[in-house]
Design a protein around this ligand. Sequence first.
Ligand code: ZN
Ligand code: ZN
Ligand code: FE
Length: 755
Amino acid sequence: MPIARRFRVRGVVQGVGFRPHVYRLATELGLAGEVANLGAEVEVLVEGEPAALDEFSRRLALEAPPVAVVEECLASTAEPTGRSGFRIVHSRRTALQLVRVPPDLALCADCAAELTDPADRRYLHPFINCTNCGPRYTIVRGVPYDRPRTSMARFPMCESCRAEYENPTDRRYHAQPVACHWCGPTVRWMCDHGGEAVGPEALTEARMALAAGRIVAVKGIGGFHLACDAANDSAVQRLRARKRREQKPLAVMFRDMAAIERNCVLTDEARRLLTGPEAPIVLAPRAQGAGLSSLVAPDSTSFGALLPYAPIHALLFMNAPYDALVMTSGNLTDEPICTDNDEARVRLAGVADGFLLHDRDILRACDDSVVRPTRVGNMVMRRSRGFVPAPVHLSEDYGEVLAVGGHLKNTFCITSGRNAYLSQHIGDLDDATTLEFFGRQVESLIGLLEVHPRAIACDMHPTYLSTRWAEARAEEQCLPLVHVQHHHAHIAAVLAEHGQDGPVLGIACDGTGYGEDGTVWGCELLLATRGRCERVGHLLQVPLPGGEAAVREPWRMALAWAEAAGVDQPFSAMPHLAHRGDDWEILRAAARAGLNAPVASSAGRLFDAVAAMLGLCEENAYEGQAPMRLEAVAADTAESVAWGIAEGQPLVLDPRPALRSVLDMHQRGAPLDEIAGAFHNGFCSALVSAAVRLCTELSLAAVALSGGTFQNERVLVGCVEGLRSVGIKVYYPIEIPPNDGGLSLGQAVVAACRE
Ligand code: ZN
Ligand code: ZN
Ligand code: FE
């Protein structure tokens, strides 16, 4: 007797070859029925012999295609209808659909093989893709995700492509961006001297320019890159000067894994990340004798490495003399990434010598993601292309909330049902261009998700552009606006990611966040739940001499902390800062008079101070430079410098004894790597001891860590292992960034809990 069953499959099951898989499996087992795309889920109706149906149930999720993610598969009994054959029903829209547009997927092995096979009809085709790879989020206009609603709509498929697209047994069945030489987009080369070329010649021109040390703007998946030969000092130097990015590390795209292995020390996890469908930039320690220009990442002991993830990238390396290209986002420092051909030609005119363009429009700008593997798990430093718009799963349905994030490394977040959709990296929101870009991306994601937020969340900082934007929008739409304290948002994001309610002891360490008392916070111990928080401890506050200027100039923090620590003769302990003597006298007098010297409990500024004390960095050329240099020199030592802890409410972490030891060691001529290592160890020990005291006092069993300071591997690993060794459960960010890129998720959760 035939029986029937209905399956509802949720997860990443659209545009990833899931329906063809269902079709093949049902056909193989001789089952009848249909599979339909319902937007949020795929519905399968099958009927046939019980044994075959059992086999089908067993293999449905198990044998799903590599990039599909089956999160839930609910089976129920259905009435057999006596139908025959199996078909794939066209996308059906339901009223309440949760959209699952997949993230962009890196070039797969099958397509990579076809790309270099002269017998294949897509030999050297710069847009080759299939259901297992290719652009998704960046080419989608609306939902459901179907070709007419992508930027491929204007390329009618040729007969051969259509046959593949419509054949359920083909690897390209319903691969929306499917294309070939005859029907697909084309590449074009344009250079300043009037040269132009189309198709294969365009790639040849681009390769020749790169080989000659020129800078080429390359249109890829989520935007433009600026590329140059990573082994060529003068090319890298020129790129830095023109892009106005003097010292910040640059990402490097390597020809293949062998080339990465020659330059970086990889763990198995790093290899897995590099070759996975997300294809992020992976931070990996550089190898002995690495052959790249020393200008690529002067402050770091690591390289940000990635593999060619679009066919156009793979073609740039074909028969080329170079093995590694700097691939930095195509913008001037602090501006959003370029996505449009004409826009790029204008904005990058003074930067690139030539342009490798194509005519497949990028509808959503998406920078490369950055992941740093550590001993205690992966740290996502930038969650963007390849990850977005995959949601973070929440343990509760919060309804629809929009959170606008912070100021630096902005992302925003929209919750819907039990999902939180964290946007791609937007950038630092400090000018009109970026704010306008932010606004467009918010509208665009709201449209894609078809949501109507019932509340808006923002930071408490009154002058953040994101806060102002949120205030205006809340007023315009008559929505409640929830101001969320910066460090509470950091901790709430970790709780949300791990499905925890708290209470926990939250340890939030970063550069700057607006505190509830109006002062600058940045090393905070919080008694936190998802909805509430109370400050139960913090770093000793010191004045920031000159306010904002102290953020850019760590030498000011070195002297401010030395003064706080009671160092009488700062310039004999730090002779390298003697030339700042006159400036310091003025600043010190002003600070004493309470002029332009706001107090702060910032971990970032403390790391700045120590870096400057050791002569590693007097002025920050980019955010986080001084701490990065301090981490880079820190030796793996057992030595530590002891802190004080002043009990009280709140408890105060006192680094003054540690700083006196640091200066002492420095004066005695101890090696810098020893001192830096000891400082890192002391910082972690102080946090662990404070956590032990507060957890006991407040009867807490767990700690949650977050904030930009935990991008420092030494700090993250030291705190995680330290807390574990004393039996405290510790939560820290794995899927979302510890820096302000993760803030919007926390804001959304806090606001949702309060509203
Ligand atoms: Zn493929
Ligand atoms: Zn075609
Ligand atoms: Fe922060």
